[in-house]
Design a protein around this ligand. Structure first.
Ligand SMILES: Cc1cc2nc3c(=O)[nH]c(=O)nc-3n(C[C@H](O)[C@H](O)[C@H](O)COP(=O)(O)O)c2cc1C
Length: 359
């Protein structure tokens, strides 16, 4: 390996570890904004006429059965710490029949050692639904299909998630802000890749217009990943401050709460497209997951809470997953829904300001 490659790898490891450390060590959650899920009220049913133990959480997502509609949202890879976290998350996903996304895999193309920090997920989760991951900005710079296939085979992926993160790139000190040609690159990927392509945001949401464009080029699922949870403007603001970049730090502070709240993004996309939707961004418990499923999500993703629990070890992660699924099941029980499709049919009241987004 040349000296410059070695320096590049060290730089990636530093950036990946900083990403994890900032999310875990500092408060980078939305400050003023919320997911707007507090505006969704599922109607209580005093006469459920079901046995809670019979409730079926399973769903089919992109042709594969999940035992519960939960996704460990795309997070990490590319650093030793990330390898351990990915292994822990993958074991849990395998045991519980959940889906899991890996973090951006560009680093995995650089060396065997880097690839291992991602492929550990397939080793520990031989049959779970796994999403590979790459940034839209990287695709637009010219990313051969053969490299995209390498990302897929690195983890035996069931689908590839392309993340769109223009706000993060704009605030990130070393960000890449050339987004021209991203849609065309996604289209090419959809036409040529061996697995379905999903597009996701990273916490600022997908609007109805963007959802339509994505469906139009052949995207098979959309993760709206809206505002109200982890703020990537916030993460980058803190990193910029550490790097003595006051301009980017101020930019990140200004845009900290920017984005389409998760509940609003979900409603926008639901009314605009037919592809299955994943809801993520700020989901912190099973009741919020239930609300998103009832609003029409096919599955729900959680990033930060999964990371936080996994960083404390397998037992803590198991307890978190168990509790989240108990909360989801309880919501289904008290709304009289014995399946996820029945949960979608539960009557709900939607209050302002979420109603402002609906029409
Ligand atoms: C530490 C960390 C790293 C992340 N890295 C990626 C990534 O590489 N690719 C991606 O698509 N999303 C990435 N995300 C974004 C999440 O998938 C998710 O969209 C976002 O964090 C909102 O969810 P949350 O509020 O539950 O954290 C990352 C999130 C975290 C917390």
């Amino acid at each position: 390996m040349s000296k410059s490659e070695d320096a590049r790898i060290r730089e990636i490891i530093r950036r990946k570890e900083e990403g994890i450390d900032v999310v875990l060590g500092k408060n980078v959650q939305a400050r003023e904004g919320t997911t707007l899920l507090e505006c969704v009220h599922l109607i209580h049913c005093a006469l459920p006429e079901i046995d809670m133990s019979d409730i079926d959480l399973s769903v089919t997502f992109l042709g594969k059965k999940l035992k519960a509609p939960l996704v460990v949202d795309s997070m990490t890879g590319g650093a030793p710490k990330a390898e351990e976290i990915n292994g822990t998350l993958a074991e849990m996903a395998q045991e519980r029949g959940l889906a899991m996304g890996l973090g951006s895999q560009r680093a995995g193309l650089l060396s065997e050692g880097m690839a291992r920090t991602y492929s550990v997920a397939r080793k520990r989760a031989p049959t779970a639904f796994l999403f590979a991951n790459i940034g839209g900005a990287q695709l637009a710079k010219g990313f051969p299909i053969s490299d995209a296939e390498r990302l897929v085979s690195m983890i035996g992926a069931d689908a590839l998630a392309v993340h769109l993160n223009p706000l993060q790139e704009a605030v990130q000190p070393e960000g890449e802000t050339s987004f021209r040609g991203v849609l065309a690159a996604i289209k090419e990927l959809c036409q040529n890749l061996s697995v379905p392509v999903m597009v996701k945001e990273v916490g600022a949401g997908i609007s109805r217009e963007v959802a339509r464009e994505l469906e139009g080029v052949g995207v098979k699922a959309i993760n709206v990943s809206g505002a109200g949870g982890t703020s990537w403007a916030g993460v980058e603001a803190l990193r910029a401050a550490d790097q003595k970049d006051p301009s980017k730090a101020a930019l990140g502070a200004l845009f900290w709460d920017w984005g389409i709240p998760t509940a609003a993004a979900l409603l926008e996309a639901r009314d605009a497209v037919r592809v299955p939707l994943v809801a993520s961004g700020g989901l912190r418990n099973g009741l919020e997951v239930a609300k998103c499923l009832s609003l029409g999500a096919a599955a729900c993703g959680m990033a930060r809470p999964m990371l936080e629990s996994a960083s404390k070890g397998r037992k803590t992660l198991e307890a978190f997953a168990e509790q989240t699924l108990l909360e989801l099941k309880t919501t289904m029980f008290v709304t009289g829904a014995s399946t996820v499709s029945e949960l979608k049919a539960v009557r709900k009241i939607i209050t302002p300001p979420l109603t402002y987004w609906v029409d």
